[in-house]
Design a protein around this ligand. Structure first.
Ligand SMILES: C[S@@+](CC[C@H](N)C(=O)[O-])C[C@H]1O[C@@H](n2cnc3c(N)ncnc32)[C@H](O)[C@@H]1O
Length: 246
């Protein structure tokens, strides 16, 4: 159980001050094989979940977009095409290895997006400076999720939108099969493809510790999002929370 000085790292209880270092270790270890593993683990479904997020975001030409925990840059790339030359998409992450890999992929795709090494819990960005903020599969890894959501609200303009795409709580009848896949298959796949079973065991555990759909919605409301829509995807394996900054 987490106390004031401790928090969760998957099922493990760790000191608050140690969590970021442990999360960094995970993403340093998986950065090279991150995209391949995403396709294998989700059978390519993550591409559809991200496409759905981009559709809901309704980013317009000229918009200013911040992609937080952007990693290898899938959302950054899609948004950059929509904002055009008059807009900007900031590609941001706390992890240098992930950010570098994302920047290389963006350049290979002909996308010029500025990269920013930053912790979502303390964004070095001015208030009310973005039309849209996105965070895909990143919030789960943050030590203080409430603080991160408050920071996201702070940098959004009034009426701006936050898109949180994250693993969530699967429909109950499917839970046993999903547990078997998460704890028996996933770590083996990670070991086989990326030489790292432990990082993928952390992934499965961190999903179980993440707030469910309703809890995250309540957290977003507390952080300053007056209206929050929840879209369950794949029976709740993943949920998209779309909030409007009031
Ligand atoms: C699973 S990856 C998601 C990458 C990308 N958004 C995607 O959907 O493919 C999670 C990312 O969250 C980043 N991250 C973890 N904690 C963070 C924090 N406190 N601030 C910003 N990024 C963070 C990690 O470095 C990692 O790149």
């Amino acid at each position: 159980m987490a106390t004031e000085d401790s928090t969760h790292f998957g099922f493990e209880s760790v000191a608050v001050s140690d969590k970021a270092k442990k999360v960094r270790g995970v993403f340093d270890a998986v950065a090279d094989k991150y995209d391949l593993m995403n396709d294998l683990m989700s059978l390519g479904l993550h591409r559809m979940w991200k496409a759905y997020t981009v559709a809901v975001a309704q980013v317009r030409e000229g918009d200013r977009v911040l992609d937080i925990a952007a990693g290898t840059g899938d959302l950054t790339r899609a948004f950059a095409r929509r904002v055009g030359a008059s807009g900007v998409v900031l590609h941001s992450d706390i992890n240098e290895a992930m950010l570098r890999r994302g920047r290389d992929r963006l350049l290979d795709a002909g996308v010029l997006a500025p990269s920013l090494l930053a912790d979502a819990q303390a964004l070095p960005l001015p208030d009310a400076s973005f039309d849209v903020v996105s965070v895909a599969f990143g919030l789960r890894n943050m030590t203080d999720k409430a603080k991160a959501l408050t920071e996201m609200a702070r940098v959004l303009k009034p009426g701006g939108r936050l898109l949180v795409l994250e693993f969530s709580k699967i429909a109950a009848p499917l839970a046993p099969a999903y547990d078997w896949y998460s704890f028996k298959v996933l770590p083996r796949l990670g070991q086989w493809v990326a030489g790292d079973g432990a990082s993928y065991r952390y992934l499965a555990e961190s999903i179980r510790m993440h707030p469910d759909q309703e809890s995250l919605k309540a957290m977003m409301k507390t952080a300053g999002f007056g209206h929050v829509d929840v879209h369950d995807l794949a029976a709740g394996v993943v949920a998209l929370h779309a909030g409007v900054r009031c």
